[in-house]
Structure formats: C-alpha cells, structure tokens
Design a protein around this ligand. Structure first.
Ligand code: NAD
Length: 365
C-alpha cells in the first residue's frame, strides 16, 4: 500500500522522510493529528529491519499519541519520530546526527515537538534543543524537566489505585500483590512507590541485575522471565514491551487487573475482549502511562515544578475512573470507552473550529 493510502487509512496529516548520509541519518517524522495542538511525541532510535517496519512503527505510535494527549486533557496533538541508524549504532558520531535531526524538526515550524523515547537520552534531546525550540524533556540543569520516567511511574501508581477501586471498591495497596514485568526506568520507580505503600512485589527483568536490585532493595520476589505473566497476583503491571497481551499469554494470566506502563500492550484490539471474557480489568495503556507526556507538556509552561507536575499527573486516577464509568454506562469495554472519550474531545474541538468564523471572514462580513 502506498504511504499516502496508509496515511488516509489512519488519518495522518503529514509524514516527513529525512535523510543525510553525512551523519548516517535516516529518520521518519509522523504527525497524526493537530486538532488539539502541536503534535508532541518522542524520538525513538531502533535497529529496524527496514524502512517498512520503521514506517509502521511511527504511524502506529503517532496515532497513539493523539489519543494519549486527548484523553489526558492536554492541548496537544499526536506525533512521533523514529531514527533508523545502523551506522550510528555501529559507532557513528551521535551529536552530529541529533543536530541534523533537530534541523528537520525545526523545518516543521512547531507542528511537531520532539522528546526522549526508547533508544534516545536526555543528552540527545539537549543536542536537539540547541538547534530548535521544539524539543522537550531537556535536562534539569538546562531548565528542562529531565527524564520523564519517574512521572510516568507516578501516573501508573495512581492508575493502579483507580483499578483497585473499580475491582475491590477501595484503592488500598497494603497487602495487595503486584507482578511487574520489567523494572527499568519506569518499572523500578513504580516498584518503589508500591513497596512504600505496602504492596507485595513479584518482579522479572531480562537484566538479572535490575531484578536483583528490586529483591535486595524492596524485598521483592523474583520470577523467571517467562513465568511473570502466570504469577498469581492482584495486579499484573507490564512495564517492558508492547504486545504482551496476546493469545499465548492471556489464558495464563492469574491476576484481577492489568495496569502497567508499556505502550501498545494489546497485540490486537480483540485481545481487550479476550481479557474481559476472563474477568480481567484492563487499564488502557495510553490512559495510564500518560504521566511522562503530562510532565513534558508542563515543561513548555515555565517555570517547571516537579510538585506541580505530580499533582497534574495524579489526575490519571480520575481519568481512569471516568473511563470505567463510561464503559459501564455504555456497556462497552474500558479500552473502547477510552477511545470514545479521546475521539469525542477531538471531535468537539474540530466542530468548534469549523463553526467559528475566522477573523478574516468576520471582518469581511
Ligand atoms: P526501559 O528500557 O528502561 O525498561 C524496560 C525493562 O524491561 C528493561 O529493564 C528490560 O530489560 C526489561 N525487559 C525487556 N523485555 C523483557 C521481558 N521479556 N521480560 C522481562 N523484562 C524485560 O524502558 P522504560 O522507559 O522503563 O519503559 C517501559 C515501557 O513503558 C515501554 O514499553 C515504554 O514504551 C513505556 N513507556 C515509557 C515511558 C517513560 O516515561 N519512560 C512513558 C510511556 C510509556
């Protein structure tokens, strides 16, 4: 299928292909929808098998950002960028590549705002920020908000509390068991928050040192990597990779709810239905993991304060409760309700925009 046909199918506004062999840069920037505001989304650097895989990823991720921003009540649209750079992964100069990438971001005039993502760092964003204003998640020392992961964890923590309230009628973590898959940048601070609140933890990570840190520091129990989905628990929190909720894993889940940070947890939408048929509540990923996005949005309105960001991120608990309420009122599943809420907000903004006469036409009239 042609790129334009794919864009039409998913409602993308603009896709920019960027190439500069002098710095081994091959990148794609996708702007999904700017109805609510400029498209904000991280820059992912990955060793993609090829252009096709990278395009699929950037289209899917940027669309997800539109929903995430809308549901979180932000005046932002959805965008994302991916860098395919085997040359860089093999040791080409990183700073030159990100400087060039910044020029492409700048060429979009603010329609796309970039940030850190898988494979990129706060330092990379610093490099980008030297050449364009349209980069967030800059280092704390440069007046930015730093790594967004702790705020993502903060939001997941409040999201888990919303799920507990929905299933058990209270949001008390003391005595509850949470199984965390992946104790990386988000999973580890989440584990700390849960341990402080008195939850029992079971963890697994591909990196044995990270899992061991959770064991020593937090008294967590370690599960083998391939057994974490089967651990009997109240909450299964996927904080590693996408697609973890699929035909192979769902029959083995032994939890009452799935609530974690990973993006695109459902391999396919039908897996949301499969979870429900097993009586498992699913917190839509883009609703519960919006803390990092909310945090970088607050960086755009200086002065940034982490306390204020935390307060704003805590509202994820209310967002999820609203999602569950809509799901029960409309007899649909939470992931469908989240989608409807996000689309309704965009639809209202679109209608308001078309209904309002522009300043020029008002003057003419
Ligand atoms: P990370 O790379 O720091 O952590 C992921 C961890 O999962 C790593 O420690 C890795 O070793 C482990 N892992 C990978 N595969 C695994 C497996 N099969 N079993 C067990 N462990 C495995 O990434 P992160 O920043 O913590 O992000 C985690 C997830 O949350 C990702 O899906 C990311 O897209 C999503 N997310 C992150 C943020 C953020 O602010 N960092 C925001 C929104 C969503």
């Amino acid at each position: 299928m042609s790129v334009l046909a794919r864009m039409a199918g998913s409602g993308h506004e603009q896709v920019l292909f960027c190439e500069d062999p002098r710095v081994s840069l091959r990148a794609i920037i996708a702007i999904h929808d700017t109805t609510l505001g400029p498209a904000l989304g991280g820059c992912r650097m990955w060793d993609y098998a090829g252009e096709e895989e990278a395009l699929t990823d950037v289209l899917r991720l940027s669309q997800g950002m539109t929903y995430k921003a809308s549901l979180a009540g932000l005046d932002l649209g959805g965008g994302k960028s991916v860098i395919l750079s085997p040359g860089l992964l093999a040791g080409a100069p990183r700073e030159a590549l990100f400087a060039r990438f910044a020029d492409f971001v700048e060429s979009l005039g603010g329609r796309y705002i970039t940030a850190e993502d898988v494979g990129t760092t706060v330092e990379d964003i610093q490099t980008v920020a030297k050449r364009t204003r349209h980069a967030v998640g800059r280092s704390l020392s440069a007046g930015g908000s730093g790594d967004p992961s702790p705020l993502t964890a903060w939001g997941v923590f409040y999201g888990i509390r919303a799920c507990l309230k929905e299933v058990f009628g209270d949001d008390v973590l003391k005595g509850r068991t949470v199984a965390i898959q992946g104790v990386g940048k988000v999973g580890m601070p989440l584990a700390r928050l849960l341990a402080e609140a008195g939850a029992h933890l079971v963890v697994a990570d591909r990196d044995p040192q990270l899992a061991q840190t959770a064991v020593w520091e937090l008294g967590a129990r370690e599960a083998p990597q391939d057994a974490i989905v089967e651990v009997p628990c109240d909450v299964f929190a996927p904080c590693a990779l996408g697609g973890i909720l699929n035909d192979d894993t769902i029959p083995h889940l032994a939890c009452r709810m799935v609530a974690g940070a990973a993006n695109n947890q459902l391999l396919e939408p039908r897996h949301g239905k499969m979870l429900a048929s097993r009586g498992i509540l699913y917190a839509p990923d883009y609703a519960i993991n919006a803390g990092g996005l909310i945090n970088v949005d607050m960086e755009r309105r200086p002065p940034y304060s982490v306390e204020a960001a935390r307060k704003r991120v805590e509202r994820i608990q209310d967002t999820l409760l609203a999602v569950f309420q809509k799901a029960s009122q409309e007899r649909i599943l939470p992931f469908e309700a989240a989608g409807r809420l996000a689309e309704e907000r965009i639809g209202q903004a679109r209608r308001a925009r078309t209904a309002k006469p522009s300043a020029a036409s008002a003057a003419r009239g």
